[in-house]
Design a protein around this ligand. Structure first.
Ligand code: PGA
Length: 645
């Protein structure tokens, strides 16, 4: 129920953000004008140069679009849901102000594609704000459409698409989708006539007045049944003059073929004169309202071709017709005809170059995730890999315990070397490396955990809270690690970890789905006093024999005689086997023979490549927990290979 609500809200938000970002990116200049209107309403227009408002327009559309994509694919769920909530709070406050004071009549959230009143926008934002709160409250209930490791592809691809192929292209040429009343195919004559008849019409401010005598020639221009070119330059002072030769060429072409050509501008007579001097322009100038001109075409200057009062074509100054295209009169050339249905082809273009690649990527990713899951599923006859067999079966394992050795860089280098070595020459036992906390997250990024499991060397006995310097089981798990060593003799001895403390640690580790490698072992004095069996039994009883059978089955035991750790003195294979068999027998007493037979019991203490084969050959020794010899890839590999002998 909750999950459904979160996902409905997420889809609504995603679609709204994508649509809103997209229509803004399609018309960056329109969005810029809107931003300018807002700043003017706040009295800030004079502090915001055009370049800044244009940058803000492109940034706004990109951010909106990318947030929508992230919501759709459930990318960085927590972060994105937090940002979306903040955006919606800000937007709702702005629209509340808009609805209240009405300084601008159309908020511009969907560009010209969908015009809402300020009150409609406010209600829309209230609904979206509620949706944003729901998603923010339970962000992880959104199922990911793509694995975390491939999310960057979706984000980068979407940024490139919206920034360069939509916003950039629309800026260089003209908006790829034109939602304004002056789009190609619009019959200006009819619209203007309706306005003259006193009906509601979007052409209210459309007029053309000859600059030289102030005569209104709108009717004459719109009623002309032939072709008319309108060069639209709202402000000649700011017009791009880099392609004026082409404009002059167009004018000559019109002269030769008898097509009327007017330059519509809102500039003053002085500016018009300066323009003529500068560019050699000979075409007639007309006055039109500047906002109307900015709406007619998003290019300064831009060129519009009318025929019979209808808009046939529009060109930005960056893409005017070439000289070769102007060899024939319009009646005989493609230039004189309305282009085919370009909306369908543009939608197809977007589907082919944006939607389709993302769809293929998503499908490939899901397929990859599925096969990975299949490979990870426990399989009969493949009981060696500890990751494949989360519990229950006895396994052969070689686990490294790095202790307090190696800085981050050296640790990463060692893990990488090991990763490559074992990928090239697959082990036939489970391999785990347990590293200092600070290495975990970095190593988890690249370690192939199908081959090498990753673990910590310790975790806190408290769940969370004010325990300065401690690292909880949940934190360990969140790095990507799957194992944790608990009860190591060095921790029992130097950090006074008692059986009670260890019991808590085991519970918390299991609660967080960490597999525990639980260490037991006697000191030299205890061995000399013949108390080794007593000691290991007490250690098991004190910390893990309280577990249910199901939970005990998830524990890996490591027997490490303290006198053999780091001393170079190994227990003989016989000594080790004897106590391993004893450990198995007390497990059988407690949980039954089946559990005992399935329990993995490792040996630790000066285990190296030279003595590993003999130790591992013993029936009750299932592998090793390796300290010193795990710090060099070659040494560690030598021990792993003992299972191949
Ligand atoms: P060692 O350490 O192999 O260096 O003796 C084993 C351990 O403490 O886990």
């Amino acid at each position: 129920m909750r999950k459904t609500a979160v996902n409905i809200c997420r889809i609504i938000l995603a679609m709204t953000f994508i649509l809103s970002g997209f229509v803004k990116a399609v018309d960056p200049l329109g969005t810029q004008y809107k931003i300018h209107d807002y700043l003017a309403a706040m009295g800030l227009a004079q502090y915001s140069p055009d370049i800044l408002t244009l940058a803000a327009s492109v940034l706004l559309s990109t951010v909106e679009f990318i947030l929508g994509i992230c919501l759709l694919f459930a990318i960085r769920r927590r972060l994105v849901s937090r940002i979306v909530l903040w955006v919606m709070i800000a937007m709702t406050l702005i629209t509340l102000w808009l609805a209240w004071t009405d300084p601008i009549h159309d908020c511009g959230c969907f560009g010209d594609a969908l015009v809402l009143t300020n009150w409609q926008t406010l209600w829309k934002n209230v609904v979206l704000l509620i949706a944003a709160i729901i998603v923010w409250k339970w962000p992880t209930l959104q199922p990911r459409l793509i694995s975390a490791s491939n999310q960057w592809i979706v984000v980068n691809y979407s940024v490139v698409f919206i920034l360069f192929f939509i916003a950039g292209r629309s800026l260089y040429t003209l908006p790829q989708f034109d939602f304004r009343p002056y789009h190609i195919g619009a019959n200006l004559r009819e619209g203007w006539q309706r306005m003259m008849d006193g009906e509601e019409s979007p052409y209210n401010d459309f007029f053309i007045e000859r600059a030289e005598d102030g005569e209104d020639i709108t009717e004459q221009v719109l009623n002309d049944e032939g072709y008319t070119f309108l060069l639209v330059a709202p402000h000649l002072e700011q017009a791009d003059d880099s392609r004026l030769d082409q404009v002059n060429l167009m004018y000559e072409y019109c002269q030769d073929n008898g097509y009327p050509f007017y330059c519509l501008t809102a500039s003053t007579e002085k500016a018009i004169n300066r323009w003529c001097e500068m560019t050699g322009a000979e075409y007639p100038f007309c006055q039109t309202d500047d906002i109307t001109l900015k709406t007619v075409i998003r290019s300064n200057p831009g060129l519009l071709l009318l025929k019979d009062g209808t808009v046939i074509r529009k060109w930005s100054h960056n893409a005017l017709p070439s000289e070769e295209e102007l060899t024939k009169p319009l009646e005989e050339s493609a230039l004189g005809r309305q282009p085919g249905n370009s909306t369908t082809s543009k939608i197809l273009w977007i589907l082919t170059w944006f939607v389709l690649p993302l769809l293929v990527l998503t499908l490939a990713d899901r397929l990859w995730a599925w096969t990975k899951w299949l490979r990870r599923k426990p399989q009969k006859g493949n009981s060696n890999n500890p990751i494949n067999n989360i519990s229950n079966m006895r396994k052969k394992i070689v686990a490294g315990n790095w202790k307090m050795n190696m800085n981050l860089q050296d640790g990463i280098a060692l893990a990488k070397e090991l990763n490559e070595t074992l990928k090239a020459d697959k082990p036939n036992c489970g391999v785990v490396i347990c590293t200092p906390f600070i290495h975990l997250a970095s190593i988890a990024q690249f370690l192939d955990q199908d081959i090498i499991g990753l673990g910590a060397e310790n975790c806190a006995d408290k769940e969370k809270g004010a325990f300065t310097g401690e690292v909880s089981a949940e934190m360990v798990k969140s790095t990507g690690a799957q194992y944790v060593i608990l009860g190591h003799s060095e921790r029992r001895e130097y950090y006074k970890e008692t059986p009670e403390i260890l019991k808590e640690k085991v519970l918390l580790a299991q609660k967080n789905d960490l597999k525990v490698i639980f260490c037991i072992g006697e000191s030299l004095e205890e061995r000399e006093a013949g108390k080794q069996n007593e000691v290991v039994k007490a250690e098991l009883e004190g910390s893990v024999f309280n577990l249910s059978e199901e939970d005990f089955r998830k524990i890996v035991i490591a027997y490490e005689p303290i006198w053999a750790i780091g001393t170079g003195k190994t227990a003989t294979a016989e000594q080790a086997e004897e106590i391993h068999a004893y450990i198995r027998s007390i497990i059988a007493e407690k949980y039954g023979q089946a559990v005992a037979d399935d329990t993995t019991i490792l040996y630790g203490g000066s285990c190296k490549a030279s003595n590993a084969p003999e130790l591992f050959a013993k029936p009750d020794i299932d592998g090793g927990l390796i300290g010193g010899a795990s710090l060099k890839a070659a040494d560690f590999k030598g021990i792993i290979d003992a299972w191949k002998k």
